[in-house]
Design a protein around this ligand. Structure first.
Ligand SMILES: Nc1nc2c(ncn2[C@@H]2O[C@H](COP(=O)(O)OP(=O)(O)O)[C@@H](O)[C@H]2O)c(=O)[nH]1
Ligand SMILES: [Mg+2]
Length: 364
């Protein structure tokens, strides 16, 4: 299951955002957002292609992709040096696949700002610096380890050291997230080391309701500029209004939304937009009597995708049979696809594509 972590300075609206998502979906209901505890919720991804696969393949069980959303509190200046239980929280970020970075743009004298005053660039830089420092630590340890391995005659060591050196340099000059986008080798090592800086990240501009209805917000412009330089996206919300709107009936909610000029907001919609901005794809598996959708970061090799389904599938991976769901819709059954020779045989390094229907063969 894809895991999404909400990060940001204290008092920027992280918990309010998670709350709003939970409550909004309690109302809408079709794709429930289940709260596991105060800090974790799960949302099912709305998916027409999966519905069509269900009609076609008639599996006993049809399972949508699920995304887990975790509120990771506690990041402050100095977190990478252990400030405010920093290491523990950084560890939690390491475990997520994608990051929602909430930035405070709302003004409210009653809500203390840990850094005094609204300044999105400063706030983002504080958090990103802590992430980069933690990553530099990880990379330095890895360089040390690889050097030792090189001395005992590990042939791959030199090439790896070179890649690690490039990541280190990019981290030092704040370009690591852009570098990982352009350089597959950097991306691969970054994923392997669970680096924080290179995780797909979406900025959430948490605005005051009064600013939203006024349009054009300076902070949003600044944030968009910054995000663009990193190849990232921005979504604009008012977490507080959303959590209040979620208390209303659907009708009232719709009326207020229209008056305030606010877009639809429920977990499914947010996840859909996030999908695009985070560059996520969906692939499908047929295992026994179950057809199931999975979210994946674009560019992930087959063996890693298989490992997300079950670690045994990665360990014992033999090959995968693959057909795109569009082709499967045309052929109308898995058997027909096989008969027409349309099931491609792909190996461990095949990069999974959006809409692939996959049958993994592995030994246990
Ligand atoms: N005025 C205003 N207050 C907000 C908004 N979003 C969050 N808050 C308030 O800010 C405080 C901190 O929010 P919280 O979600 O707990 O922040 P967290 O520390 O990032 O989890 C709470 O009192 C919220 O009601 C907003 O858009 N406008
Ligand atoms: Mg909180």
């Amino acid at each position: 299951m894809m895991r999404l972590g909400i990060i940001g300075l204290p008092n920027v609206g992280k918990s309010t955002l998670l709350n709003a998502l939970t409550k909004a979906d309690a109302e809408v209901g079709a794709y429930p957002f289940t709260t596991i505890d105060r800090n974790i919720g799960i949302v099912e991804v709305r998916d027409e292609r999966l519905d069509r696969l269900g009609e076609l393949l008639k599996p006993e069980k049809l399972t949508p992709a699920r995304v887990e959303v975790v509120d990771i509190a506690g990041l402050v200046r100095g977190a990478s040096k252990g400030e405010g239980l920093g290491n523990r929280f950084l560890g939690h970020i390491r475990e997520v696949d994608c990051v929602l970075h909430v930035v405070r743009l709302f003004r409210d004298e009653n809500v203390a700002h840990v850094e005094q005053g609204i300044d999105p660039r400063r706030d983002v830089e504080i958090i990103n610096l802590e992430l980069a420092l933690a990553d530099l630590d990880t990379v330095a340890k890895q360089i040390e380890k690889t050097r030792k391995a090189g001395k005992t005659g590990d042939a791959g060591a030199e090439k790896r050291l070179e890649a690690l050196g490039r990541i280190e340099a990019a981290l030092n000059d704040g370009t690591a997230s852009a570098a990982a986008r352009e350089d597959d080798e950097i991306a691969g090592v970054a994923r392997e080391l669970f680096l924080l800086t290179t995780k797909p990240t979406l900025y959430v501009a948490n605005c005051g309701e009064e600013d939203l209805s006024a349009g054009q917000i300076e902070g949003v412009r600044i944030l968009e500029e910054l995000a663009a330089s990193e190849g990232r996206g921005v979504v604009v919300v008012s977490a507080k209004s959303e959590s209040e709107l979620a208390e209303l009936s659907l009708e009232e909610c719709g009326r207020f939304r229209a008056e305030l000029g606010l877009e639809e907001f429920d977990a499914a919609t947010v996840v859909e937009r996030g999908y695009c901005l985070l560059d996520l794809i969906t692939f499908y598996t047929i295992v026994g009597t179950e057809t199931r959708a999975w979210s994946l970061i674009r560019g992930t090799p087959m063996v890693e995708a298989a490992g997300r389904i079950h670690t045994d599938m990665a360990k014992g991976f033999i090959k995968a049979e693959v057909v795109s769901c569009d082709r499967l819709f045309e052929l109308s059954s898995w058997e027909a696809a096989r008969e027409h020779g349309e099931l491609r045989i792909e190996g461990r390094d095949y990069v999974v594509q959006d809409g692939d229907v996959v049958h993994v063969r592995f030994h246990v």
